[in-house]
Ligand binder design. Structure first.
Ligand SMILES: *Cc1c(COP(=O)(O)O)cnc(C)c1O
Length: 432
């Protein structure tokens, strides 16, 4: 990369230090990953200069011939990746904006929606009181079972009957189990509700065939592109089947039936966004191509294997994992038997160069600022080449640090062992 340190020492020294931090610490935040250099190059490219409001072949600005190529590539690769999706929109700036467009297309303000409780793994954009979703819609939150830590389908069924939602949402940021999309679809059909899956966290595992495929059962899918999918930060919306025609609405003036796809398109722009981030869309196209390669399947399978081993090893050290394990890339540790809360654990691990986040656990009694849990994910470290042996080492370090969170000597020891390990797995050697 070109070195601009002299031009702006303040920003560029922070960028360099961030590279050192990513390279020198163990990144276990479940929503993060490390993109390829090609993805980063596209994001730092000339396409950041281009305005392209509209869609390929139909823009408000001139000079769009090359950005059109890129957006068409992103769409067709995404369609191929997501089991021949019939509809793709790659313009959402983020997962949250993709979700906003789903709401604006499928439901009206004050409509009733069912979504997973935030304190049971759900996401902010699925009805949190402080988020637009919780303010604009009447949300009822289903939860996980206290017994097995899994989503309570009976409760979903009961709530569906009782509250008659217009839409049911599936999607989580801290839920380690797979979803039964077919069962959800039956419930949705029984009350004539739309079924929406937000696969922000698990998209990479789904396209690799490591988790159930929602495309067959859900009317609409939203996702981020930067979590397990390992692309640039951004969002995307997909539809799998002929739902567009079935649910289209008639335009009042022309009498022409607009498809659901056209309606989503117009909610993204002009509905909630202006110009698309064409440099990010170029990076999305590259990451979709990467995810179509056989190596990505191997990667996704290793992500899952690593998560399983990490969870098992932690349980061997007497840590409680919510739901007793994981089907995907992440797990929640319930710290209530360990004498520290989530905030203290996050801090202590950070001091030992292990990066995690505190996280509420189902039926948490601590405040959201402290929490009783931490969330760990294996997507980023698997990209670095970590395998089962390294997961065992990491579980050991987590246990050492959390057994005695004030012990500075333990942290010092763990830091120096991590330094040795990360030397064997240099991140972005081309940049160092
Ligand atoms: C991460 C996430 C999002 C939001 O993504 P942003 O790009 O951060 O806006 C939405 N839904 C779920 C389930 C997520 O995990």
């Amino acid at each position: 990369m070109i070195n601009f340190t002299k031009k702006d020492p303040e920003v560029f020294s922070a960028l360099n230090n961030e590279l050192k931090r990513q390279n020198g610490k163990l990144e276990l935040i479940a929503s993060e990953n490390f993109t390829s250099l090609a993805v980063m190059a596209a994001q730092g490219s000339v396409m950041t200069n281009k305005y392209a409001e509209g869609y390929p072949g139909n823009r408000y600005y001139g000079g769009c011939e090359y950005v059109d190529i890129v957006e068409n590539l992103a769409r067709s690769r995404a369609s191929q990746l997501f089991f021949n999706a019939k509809y793709v929109n790659v313009q959402p700036h983020s997962g949250s904006q993709a979700n906003m467009a789903v709401y604006f297309t499928f439901v009206n303000p004050n409509d009733t929606i069912l979504g997973l409780d935030l304190t049971h793994g759900g996401h902010l954009t699925h009805g949190s009181k402080v988020n637009f979703s919780g303010k604009m819609y009447q949300f009822y939150a289903y939860q996980t079972n206290e017994k097995d830590g899994r989503v309570d389908l009976n409760q979903v069924q009961d709530f569906a009957k009782k509250y008659r939602p217009k839409m049911i949402s599936i999607g989580a940021s801290a839920y380690s189990r797979d979803w039964d999309y077919e069962a959800f679809r039956k419930i949705a059909d029984s009350v004539d509700a739309y079924l929406w899956a937000d696969i922000a966290h698990t998209a990479g595992l789904i396209v690799a065939g490591e988790l159930n495929n929602p495309m067959k059962y859900c009317h609409v899918i939203s996702t981020t592109t930067h979590k397990t999918l390992r692309g640039p930060r951004g969002g995307m919306i997909l539809m799998g089947s002929d739902f567009e025609n079935k649910f289209g609405i008639t335009a009042p003036k022309s009498g022409r039936v607009k498809t659901m796809g056209e309606l989503i398109d117009s909610q993204i722009i002009p509905g909630i966004q202006g110009g698309p981030l064409m440099h990010v869309i170029a990076a999305k196209a590259i990451s979709f191509q990467e995810a179509l390669q056989p190596e990505f399947k191997i990667y996704a399978s290793q992500v899952k294997k690593n998560a399983r081993v990490l969870a098992q090893e932690l349980m061997n050290f007497d840590f409680k994992i919510v739901s007793g394990g994981t089907d995907n890339h992440l797990m929640l540790i319930d710290l209530r038997n360990r004498g520290c809360n989530g905030k203290e654990a996050q801090l202590a691990l950070d001091e030992a160069n292990i990066t995690v986040n505190k996280n509420a656990i189902p039926f948490d009694t601590e405040s959201p600022l402290l929490t009783s849990g931490i969330r760990l994910g294996t997507a980023a470290l698997t990209t670095r080449g970590f395998k089962e042996a390294e997961m065992k080492q990491i579980a050991g370090w987590i246990s050492e640090v959390l057994n005695d969170i004030k012990n500075e000597r333990v942290k010092e020891k763990v830091r120096s062992e991590i330094k040795e390990l990360t030397k064997k797995f240099i991140l972005y050697p081309e940049l160092i």
